[in-house]
Design a protein around this ligand. Structure first.
Ligand code: MLT
Length: 273
């Protein structure tokens, strides 16, 4: 898929200059989860560079993107991503990938801007809305972030993010994820929690999302059970499900080879010239 190009573009007309330009690779927009950042996609950015042009924003209030005053909602996050694509001159359709909350944003983007979506990669996510108990837990977490800081959120959530084996065998990865989470601002945490609490149920829209889709899920996800991925893949018109052994909620970091292999096969199947 990687192509070298040649062009008579040197200062003297005789020079046939050889070059690579990732602009002719399939564009993939990767949307991170909560409370994470573009650092989530480190192993995709490095390992899939030969096949994809990868765009990895930090959503507002996360990573290096400044917070704005809440409220935030999924439509705001989705529109932010589309504005970024516009800025990059990517006015056609791209492959939209999202993990967990990033998947909620991806589904919203698909609903609001279907002409911008050439395919979906949905990791560790679900289509349904929060239950009443889930909504109350979001408000509780937002109050904790305000009163005790983002550290309290991070320490409460981190043990549930990774599979038990990952946490035991990859201490550097645990620290990497902790550092990424700690970069989230209090407003980012509060805004994302409210956006997740108020998100709509996308289940009824899934049959209408008529683009190729890859659904990926860690077999040991403690936050979102595998059955949610089965429901997603079963309701989308053209989806494949890959369950990744030995991975929890962050399969792309915990088992990057298995995750990247599945993405590579998907991109080659549907988007190779
Ligand atoms: C995420 O990882 O983005 C969130 O945990 C998803 C959620 O809480 O629903």
């Amino acid at each position: 898929m990687t192509e070298r190009n040649e062009a008579k573009t040197g200062r003297d007309d005789a020079l046939l200059m050889s070059y690579e330009d990732s602009a002719n690779r399939v564009p993939v927009l990767w949307i991170h989860g909560y409370p994470l950042s573009s650092m989530l996609w480190e192993f995709q950015v490095t390992e899939l560079a030969d096949i994809a042009r990868q765009i990895t924003p930090d959503l507002r209030g996360h990573g290096r993107t400044e917070p704005t005053a809440p409220p935030y909602d999924m439509a705001l996050f989705a529109d932010d991503c589309v504005r970024l694509l516009d800025h990059l001159g990517l006015e056609g359709a791209v492959v939209v990938g999202g993990l967990s909350m990033g998947g909620y944003v991806a589904l919203d983007l698909c609903r609001r801007h279907p002409q911008r979506v050439a395919g979906l990669i949905l990791a560790s996510t679900r289509a349904g809305a929060d239950t009443e108990a889930g909504k109350a837990a979001r408000d509780q977490a937002a109050a904790t972030a305000k009163d005790q800081g983002v550290e309290a959120i991070v320490e409460g959530m981190l043990p549930k993010l990774l599979a038990p084996g990952t946490a035991a065998e990859q201490p550097d990865l645990v620290e990497y994820v902790r550092g990424m989470m700690l970069e989230t601002s209090v407003d980012g945490v509060g805004g994302a929690l409210a956006a997740m609490r108020d998100r709509v149920d996308s289940t009824g829209d899934l049959p209408g999302f008529d683009v190729p889709a890859l659904v990926l899920h860690g077999a040991q996800d403690q936050l979102i059970p595998v059955v949610e991925a089965e429901l997603l893949a079963g309701s989308l018109p053209d989806a494949e499900l890959v369950v990744i052994p030995g991975a929890g909620h962050l399969p792309n970091l915990e088992q990057p080879d298995a995750f990247n292999d599945a993405v590579r096969v998907f991109l080659e199947r549907y988007y190779e010239d």
